[in-house]
Design a protein around this ligand. Structure first.
Ligand SMILES: NC(=O)c1ccc[n+]([C@@H]2O[C@H](COP(=O)([O-])OP(=O)(O)OC[C@H]3O[C@@H](n4cnc5c(N)ncnc54)[C@H](O)[C@@H]3O)[C@@H](O)[C@H]2O)c1
Length: 373
């Protein structure tokens, strides 16, 4: 069986989530690639120590170049603050390694284009992270649209909401400051999650009218004082896309302050004949609309119907670690030329398109007008 030996740069929240996916890789059934986490790089001793509980990790370092020099590493997952994306991703490619990049794929449009161009030139296999579309109800939304049975598409809504920033005593971190998160703020944090499915379905915004909000402009700095928070907190992007010759409204929502929404990813597509709706708020529920003699919204309970089958029972509900494992399985399968007709990870071109949208949204906000893409 083909082996995929992975190194992680950035062992924080997402680096450890990736370690968890590799740790239970064996649940994938009849999977053509065996993944193994072999190296980790982080600046913090306590995080390097955490990775010592992963028996396959042989290299622990604070120097990402040392990890990149290791001949044992085939693929690098980089999960670091956004201001470090461009340099680290280019270093990975220069070292001749494949890359699963974290979103937003560079701090801004210029960085994203530089990374995309370097990845094309290098010929390495590069994809970007976005895991929620791998949940079973999200895949059913994709299939419903591709079936053509929804009739004429009238409206699309896709988004990702968080709530914890409603608490003004939540301390500042790198995701709340332009110098480390980027001027695009919440769009860089949550935007890729909202655009992955629409872009893959071919829905590319023609123009955007953006409503961006800064709600809390300072937060506790964790040292007894206050620190400036200068990123956008909430973003509503009103766009139009071409679907079958018609211009259709598509609203993309990214919010750090959405009351009561802990980590809510959702998508809704409404057509003249049918509709589909899924939100992680009801994690196993797919809503399906049918225009028959009477108009009916029906709910279907979905279990573990994954694109890459696992040993988990079909009636058991899927959660965040499951879709993250599926995303990595899609990366490994596509890299090995074995994705087939299944849904794949965000491509470098899609990542650049997301940055084109976010850059246009910044312009729209400053001019208070719709901006063409
Ligand atoms: N896919 C998702 O659902 C998801 C969720 C959260 C964050 N993210 C993305 O993942 C990335 C990381 O976010 P996070 O929440 O894991 O952040 P985090 O702050 O928890 O972790 C970042 C880690 O990078 C390390 N680091 C910083 N500089 C480094 C360097 N020079 N060399 C090595 N390590 C270094 C830090 O010590 C830290 O442990 C970001 O791009 C973020 O947007 C993705």
């Amino acid at each position: 069986m083909e082996k995929m030996r992975v190194g992680i740069i950035g062992g924080g929240l997402m680096g450890r989530e990736a370690a968890s996916a590799f740790g239970r890789w064996f649940v994938l059934e009849d999977f053509p690639v065996q993944a193994e986490l072999v190296a980790v790089c982080d600046l913090q001793d306590k995080l390097l120590d955490w990775f010592r509980r992963v028996p396959t990790v042989r290299l622990f370092t604070k120097d990402h170049q040392e990890l990149l020099r290791s001949p044992d590493v085939d693929v690098v997952y980089v999960a670091v603050p956004h201001n470090l994306h461009e340099k680290m991703y280019l270093d990975v490619l220069a070292a001749g390694k494949d890359l699963l990049a974290e979103k937003p794929f560079g701090i801004d449009l210029k960085a994203a284009r530089a990374i995309r161009d370097a990845s094309t030139k290098s010929g390495r296999f590069v994809r970007c992270s976005s895991e929620f579309p791998f949940l079973p109800p999200a895949q059913r939304v994709v299939q419903a649209v591709q079936s053509g049975k929804l009739g004429r598409i009238m409206e699309i809504r896709s988004g990702f909401w968080h709530a914890s920033d409603l608490d003004p005593s939540k301390p500042v971190n790198w995701k709340r400051q332009v110098k480390t998160c980027g001027e695009i703020g919440v769009m860089g944090d949550l935007g890729m999650h909202a655009v992955h499915v629409p872009f893959r379905l071919g829905w590319k915004p023609l123009r955007v009218y953006a409503q961006l909000q800064k709600i809390y402009t300072q937060r506790p700095d964790g040292k007894g004082g206050m620190a400036a928070c200068d990123t956008w907190d909430n973003a509503m992007l009103h766009t139009e896309v071409k679907v079958g010759g018609d211009e259709v409204p598509m609203r993309l929502e990214m919010k750090r302050l959405a009351p009561g929404e802990t980590n809510t990813w959702f998508i809704e597509v409404l057509g003249t004949e049918g509709g589909v709706r899924f939100s992680t708020k009801e994690p196993k529920t797919l809503w399906v609309f049918e225009r028959a003699k009477e108009q009916i919204w029906q709910r279907i309970d979905l279990g573990h119907q994954m694109a890459f089958t696992t040993i988990t029972g079909g009636i058991f509900e899927a959660g965040f670690p499951d879709c993250f494992l599926q995303m990595w399985a899609a990366y490994a399968a596509e890299r090995a030329g074995k994705l087939g007709h299944r849904f794949g990870c965000v491509t470098p071109d899609e990542a650049v398109l997301s940055h084109e949208l976010f850059a246009a949204a910044l312009q729209s906000q400053s001019k208070r007008t719709a901006v063409a893409l």
